[in-house]
Design a protein around this ligand. Structure first.
Ligand code: AKB
Length: 324
């Protein structure tokens, strides 16, 4: 059985995807890779781990020669806010890194998953019910690298028949690994602050609407897309997917239903607010629903309840202090 390679396996998506794939494919080796070694025992001890810097083609070749890889989940990337601070590094990792991985996928005949983002849209994109095929003129380095990635993946499918597939992820919410350097990170931070301190200062304005998804839905979306019948895929890459769309104020009100003392204030960060303002309010994901049966399970209500319960458990709050 061909093996599965994950790059960026210690990131927000990668750490959970590695464990999910190791559970899902009992008969396939999942080779987790990143530019540092794991400290988390579950991830470290549950299967092979390799050092791999995707900006160095020699690293990729070494891993591809050592393991018989059939599918690559390429998750090594910088997120939006940090890409604005380090545009050059963002290009090196998000574009050159993807290019080297695409070349490896072509040479070693692998399928490839590439995560695009709502960041691939820009200020001139229709903001409400953003269509699958629409204007994409992002004005952030992150967005530019994501559009480039979408186009490169389409090109490698058309030109070299590499089985590239991908999703445009919204903000991902998870209680296991915190994101780093994203614009939607507030939707994770808020839960930790709410459970620990009953208070959160948000860096986005209260009425900033963005698409979001709970991590279990995101993991399922990746696996379902990669397992889908390729003949049914009209788009293949860059499918709009979403599960919910909310503002910081709406999320705060939902949290208050469980933690009535929770309070919020706002101290707007102009960089992240500028990025969020250039992104859609909510996506139309009907192409994903039609072509491979996408259907989210978690609503805002269900995600909030689960996040609060899991984080309270994780930080070991005594029973009487836990949420209602
Ligand atoms: C970010 O905020 O940068 C990411 C994304 C939506 O791509 N979470």
């Amino acid at each position: 059985m061909k093996k599965i390679l994950i790059t960026g396996a210690l990131g927000q998506i990668g750490s959970e995807l590695t464990m999910a794939l190791r559970n899902h494919y009992k008969d396939r080796d999942i080779i987790a890779t990143d530019i540092r070694m794991p400290s988390e025992p579950a991830l470290r001890d549950s299967g092979p781990f390799e050092f791999l810097d995707c900006t160095d083609p020699n690293h990729i070749t070494r891993v591809m020669q050592r393991f018989d890889i059939g599918t690559i989940y390429h998750l090594g990337a910088l997120l939006s806010a940090v890409s604005e601070m380090k545009p050059n590094t963002a290009w090196q990792i998000n574009v050159n890194g993807l290019y080297h991985i695409l070349e490896a996928a072509r040479q070693y005949k692998c399928a490839l998953f590439f995560p695009s983002s709502i960041g691939a849209f820009g200020p001139t994109t229709p903001k409400v019910d953003t269509p699958q095929d629409t204007i994409q003129r992002p004005d952030t380095m992150y967005g530019i690298t994501k559009v480039t990635g979408e186009l490169l993946c389409d090109y490698y499918f058309k030109k070299f028949a590499v089985d590239t597939r991908g999703l445009r992820f919204p903000g991902l919410i998870s209680y296991q690994t915190e994101p780093g350097g994203g614009t939607t990170d507030y939707a994770v931070e808020i839960f930790y602050e709410a459970v620990k301190h009953k208070h959160y200062t948000c860096y986005l304005r209260e009425n900033t609407s963005l698409d979001m998804m709970y991590m279990p839905d995101a993991l399922r979306a990746m696996v379902e897309l990669m397992e889908a019948d390729g003949n049914r895929l009209v788009h293949r890459n860059a499918f709009n997917v979403t599960a919910m769309s909310f503002t910081p104020a709406q999320l705060g009100r939902e949290i208050q239903k469980h933690l009535p003392q929770f309070g919020m204030e706002y101290s707007v960060d102009p960089v992240r607010q500028g990025i969020a303002d250039s992104w859609p309010d909510n996506l139309d994901d009907s192409a994903a629903r039609r072509e491979w049966g996408w259907k989210p399970k978690y609503t805002l209500e269900a995600m909030t309840k689960d996040m609060i319960a899991r984080i309270s458990e994780r930080i070991g709050l005594p029973q009487e202090q836990k949420a209602r």
